[in-house]
Design a protein around this ligand. Structure first.
Ligand code: AMP
Length: 595
């Protein structure tokens, strides 16, 4: 196809916003394009050179494109900038400048394929001097463009080609052209796209072998599958009802979704929820996965969260978000913000696609596939059949740093529905958000050995509040954050004479520390909020059967309350009051594209 023809289609697409009209133009375009250039033309029309997940970028800032326009039209750069300021669009400016030039025979002879090839060459130019190379190549291209062609070429180069051609519209057009517009054809085409995330490949396959050819498109290591998405529910009872009385509940970890592709050999690839390549950002996961996954090739999915190196507790989302999109300081960040990948699904196991299997089967595979370790673990799950059990699981999920639960259908039809949102997965976050203004004075009742940097010392402390009514100490948190080096030195000295090998009478906790400590010392901590937890005993069962109060994301403020005796510490009753006064807010809508 000549590029002038393609530009004419672009003019028409640009002029409409109606989806049906767009589909019609796209069908005509597909008719007019040769089979071997269909994929390229479809990528170009979306402003891409390759499927989005490959992340191929042209790397041409507007200033570089301006240089190329000036060179190709014999204009001075400031004059181009000036005109661009008036037109508001460098594409239009290029078209105007070319119109003003004497007619040249070489303009209008370009093929779409030539343009694609040049743009690809520009994208691949890298290293020293590559900017000049890019400008040179692009200027040469523009010298052969008609005004209309130049307009679109420039917009493509600087990333402002917005024809409104979306994936859905292309899928519509392909269905029309190769499937007679039927619903069944649409589903098959969409399924192939969801498995491959590559519209060019789907179109090319259709052009070559029709609908039947699509069966050739299968899951492949290195090529991401479009993620399954969750619906939301109003209550745990609602979830159980929708799932016919039985659901697999999992912790809903608050981090970044990661789809990991683990080949037999060769590098592991990590993709984000939007299918961007995350491999470079999490080298420790890339390194750990081949060992952690026992059968390969495999594609597994999970949530990557930040972990406190000493306490092994999950850190808030803000921590992991500091690792996202980072290009520099990767080594330091690995030290500062260690991560762990909690796997929740397997899509390819030992080269067998598992997407059509019911979820319980996939979960069994996952459990037997993952060797586990420090970096890669399996998401905590429990099968529940009643609201009370679901509530306890939710409490535990939140107390351990999750943001709620993910309910998953265990029905026969619970296949992995790539790219689809449905009630097979239901997300449920706690129905309140709260800010804890006050600090809490906690009594040290236990200590945990440190790991890594804190090896050989204590890394975390078990804290309790005082229950004056029953004269006992009830645990409410395990704190490992906020200890500077001086504090870490000080802790064993202060604890030395108070260490016990057994739980002292009058201390209640569902946790077993490495050392029990006589309740004497009081320290001040702050946290994000108070939640319910089955493992802590503060205000046990005052709010809900089987649950006590727990402080989420605790941090030592640096203050030893030596002025306070253990019985002067914060009391269980005070903690309950604090819990009750936490404001109840409606669930805030979450941004689906955030992770
Ligand atoms: P949301 O981002 O609020 O729409 O919630 C859906 C996201 O929760 C998924 O895309 C995952 O990134 C994340 N998630 C955390 N834990 C799980 C889990 N156990 N199963 C599935 N998704 C999870």
């Amino acid at each position: 196809m000549r590029f002038v023809e393609l530009a004419a289609f672009y003019e028409r697409l640009e002029a409409t916003t109606k989806r049906l009209e767009m589909r019609k133009i796209l069908v005509e375009l597909i008719d007019a394009v040769g089979r071997e250039e269909l994929a390229e033309v479809l990528y170009l029309s979306q402003g891409l050179l390759r499927p989005e997940y490959e992340g191929v970028e042209l790397g041409m800032a507007e200033s570089l494109a301006t240089k190329a326009v000036a060179a190709a039209t014999n204009a001075e750069e400031p004059a181009v900038v000036d005109r661009r300021q008036r037109s508001g669009d460098l594409g239009l400016t290029a078209a105007e400048l070319i119109t003003a030039l004497p007619a040249a025979p070489e303009r209008g002879a370009l093929l779409a394929r030539d343009v694609y090839a040049t743009l690809t060459e520009i994208a691949h130019a890298s290293g020293e001097g590559s900017q000049e190379v890019k400008v040179g190549l692009f200027a040469d291209l523009l010298r052969r463009c008609t005004p209309a062609e130049a307009k679109f070429a420039v917009r493509f180069a600087i990333g402002t080609l917005r024809l409104g051609v979306r994936e859905l519209t292309i899928l519509d057009a392909l269905t029309q052209k190769y499937g007679g517009g039927t619903k069944e054809a649409r589903l098959r085409i969409e399924a192939a796209f969801n498995l491959s995330s590559d519209l060019g490949l789907v179109a090319e396959t259709l052009a070559k072998d029709g609908l039947e050819g699509l069966t050739r498109i299968q899951l492949q290591v290195g090529r991401p599958i479009r993620p399954m998405l969750a619906e939301r529910a109003t209550s745990l009872a609602d979830i159980l009802e929708r799932m016919e009385g039985e659901a697999a509940l999992e912790y809903k970890y608050d981090g970044l979704r990661v789809q990991a592709h683990v080949p037999v050999d060769g590098p592991v690839k990590l993709f984000s929820r939007r299918l961007e390549d995350l491999s470079a950002q999490f080298p420790e996961l890339v390194a750990a996965l081949p060992e952690a996954i026992s059968r390969k090739p495999a594609i597994v999915e999970g949530e990557c969260v930040a972990i406190d190196a000493d306490t092994d507790q999950i850190r808030p989302f803000q921590d992991i978000s500091r690792r996202r999109g980072r290009k520099y300081d990767l080594e330091r960040m690995q030290e500062e913000i260690p991560v762990c990948l909690y796997l929740f699904d397997v899509l390819l196991d030992d080269d067998v696609a598992t997407v059509d299997e019911p979820f319980p089967d996939r979960r069994r595979r996952l459990v037997s596939l993952v060797r586990g370790g420090e970096r890669v673990r399996v998401a905590t799950q429990s099968i529940v059949k009643d609201v009370d059990a679901a509530q306890l699981f939710l409490d535990a999920a939140i107390a351990e740093g999750g943001e709620g639960v993910m309910a998953k259908s265990v029905a026969t039809g619970s296949a992995y529905r790539a790219g689809a949102r449905g009630f097979w997965w239901i997300k449920y976050k706690r129905d309140y958000t709260q800010r804890l203004g006050d600090s809490i004075d906690g009594v040290i009742v236990g200590a945990f050995h440190g790991r890594g940097r804190r090896g050989g010392r204590y890394g975390a402390l078990l804290l309790a509040v005082y229950d004056a009514q029953n004269d006992r100490f009830e645990s409410f948190t395990k704190v490992g954050s906020g200890f500077d080096d001086a504090t870490l030195e000080e802790i064993p000295k202060r604890l030395a004479s108070l260490e016990l090998s057994e739980r002292p009478k009058g201390v209640e906790s569902g946790l077993e520390p490495d050392r029990w400590i006589q309740p004497r010392l009081v320290i001040e901590v702050r946290g994000a909020e108070l939640t319910l937890s089955p493992i802590h005993r503060a205000g046990f069962e005052a709010i809900r059967p089987g649950a006590g109060l727990a402080l989420r994301f605790p941090r030592f403020t640096g203050v030893w309350r030596d002025d306070k005796a253990a019985t002067n510490a914060t009391t269980s009753a005070e903690l309950l009051t604090m819990y009750r006064s936490q404001v109840k807010h409606a669930e805030e809508p979450s941004d689906d594209s955030a992770s």
